[in-house]
Design a protein around this ligand. Structure first.
Ligand SMILES: [Zn+2]
Length: 155
């Protein structure tokens, strides 16, 4: 018994000329042929309605990089406009079992040597002001951007 949907496909298929002979299927078609075509339609419909496996699509669209790849962003520091370098240090699995970055080690290129205590303290004072307002939006943007393009190779 043909379902409504396969009947709709049938209607479409009737417009396609048969391989042999010049007649279209909508003329002089035997009940056996209709039944056979209906079965084909049902099968085709079942195959077409199978859910698309996301992993087939997604896997090929990401660039796979080393777990500790450095990501450098010029003029990105919200405090001093210097260069920021992000290196992943925590990862989480996506729905396809691939690794996305979850947390970073981040460094501003203007950070002085820790030995230069006074200089470093001044730098730190500037760079620790309201991180949720200044630093977090930058980090979130970086994280989203990286996770939209890359997956990490962990072993
Ligand atoms: Zn900075």
């Amino acid at each position: 018994m043909a379902t409504t949907k396969s009947r709709i496909i049938m209607k479409e298929m009737k417009r396609i000329p048969l391989k042999h002979g010049s007649a279209h299927v909508d003329k002089d078609v035997s009940p056996e042929t209709v039944e056979a075509l209906n079965k084909m339609c049902e099968l085709a419909y079942e195959m077409a309605s199978e859910p698309l496996r996301l992993s087939d699509v997604v896997e090929s669209s990401f660039e796979i990089v080393d777990a500790h790849k450095e990501f450098v962003f010029n003029n990105a520091c919200p405090y001093c406009k210097c260069r920021l370098t992000y290196v992943a240090e925590g990862w989480e699995e996506d729905d396809n079992g691939q690794w996305m970055v979850d947390s970073f080690d981040m460094q501003c290129s203007s950070e002085p040597d820790m030995d230069k205590t006074k200089e470093w303290e001044e730098w730190f004072t500037v760079h620790s002001q309201m991180p949720y307002v200044h630093q977090l939006p930058v980090d979130t943007k970086v994280k989203n951007w990286i996770n939209s393009k890359y997956r990490f190779k962990l072993d």
